[in-house]
Ligand binder design. Sequence first.
Ligand code: PLP
Length: 459
Amino acid sequence: MNCPAFLSAAARRPLQIAARVRPPRQRQLHISAAAMSQKLQPAARVASQRQDVWSIVNEAAAASPKQPIINMGQGFFGYNPPDFILRAAKSALDRVECNQYSPTRGRPRLKQAIADAYAPHWGRRLDPDTEITITTGANEGMLSAFMAFIEPGDEVIIFEPFFDQYISNIEMAGGKIVYVPMHPPPAGGEKTLSAGEWTIDFEFLEKAVTPRTKMLVLNTPHNPVGKVYSKQELERIADICLKNQVIILSDEVYDRLFYVPFTRIATLSPEVEKITLTVGSAGKNFYATGWRVGWLMGPAELIQYVAAAHTRICYSSVSPLQEACAIGFEQADAEGFWDQCITDMKNKMDRFNQVWDELGIPYSEPEGGYFVMVNLAKVQLPDGYPFPPHVADRPRDFKLAWFLIQELGVAAIPPSEFYTDANAHIVEDYLRFAVCKPDDVLETAKERLRGLKKYIRAD
Ligand SMILES: Cc1ncc(COP(=O)(O)O)c(C=O)c1O
């Protein structure tokens, strides 16, 4: 806009627009094309061009001649949360206060319901005001924990295979990841063994700790292995962390799905509790992964900083669904929901795994969660099979996944994606299947997987 030349400088000032929307001055227009394109470059933390496993699998699924694909890849549920929780969500939407901001640390009703629901497992009732904070799913809760405690260069130990979001969450905080691999049982390619037989080398773990180690991330029940860490294993991990004053971030999002006794590391002793942040997920507990409600529990001295980081990242979490989750926790016991969860998921697991027993293909019998790792070493991929270059480049499990999608119309996840390149070979014969699907979907998957018979090596 041009101002008439006769207006005084003072009179012209009100017509000027704010600096943040002012067009660039002439001088700035001379920025070279190269410099300009430099400015448009993304930050390194989001710039990776490597196609991730989810897009490879989804792309393969879309290109498969076998439609519709049975998707046992991603861990979303193929059915709804139970009615009492859905009703709670719908009624929350009708309440004025449930459609407005929640307190940044979460709705008091939800924090109280969580404190009550966890009291029998904790041996005491957590203080809902200081020892629990609500987050936007477990994932954002863990990002908040890393943002709260990690300074650039601090080290965080994680076990392979890992939940892939840990990596970017730690890196965004400037942390350096130190990997400790889990190993499948050596006979895992020949016979079905318990997922509990996947082990970490404790000497290796001790050596991985340095003066810069700030946190260790544990996941039990474990995705993708299905292992529930034994009390003895947890004690060894806890001892190492206590000795070195390392914060334990215990990702327990599958805490309601265990088929063997399940110990929470925070409950081992008051000393361990003092250094432990425990992560929960309503998405996993209530079959509602899209609701994005999670929480962290731990000592007030740690939780306050997680809550502070969460406030800066997203201020507060979605209100009506927090309210629904509160009601879910309040009513779950009376509805017999937690016991039903275990029975239903174990039935699905057993129903699906029948097909591997039939085919003579071994798997790691899950102790918890809803994933099963199947060892397909006996499957012979046809010579010269036309894998696209981005799959041909990857370990054998990517080829197995591609082959199953194209030939049988069943999608599963190659777990080497959850290992570093150096350790990917450890799981190159495995695929991960998610069984949180309706029974008829599991039956169709089994019918299709019987098509593997002709590719199984005779020896
Ligand atoms: C081990 C593990 N941790 C955390 C999450 C994320 O949970 P949420 O959906 O509550 O963010 C997942 C989701 O798949 C998971 O498998």
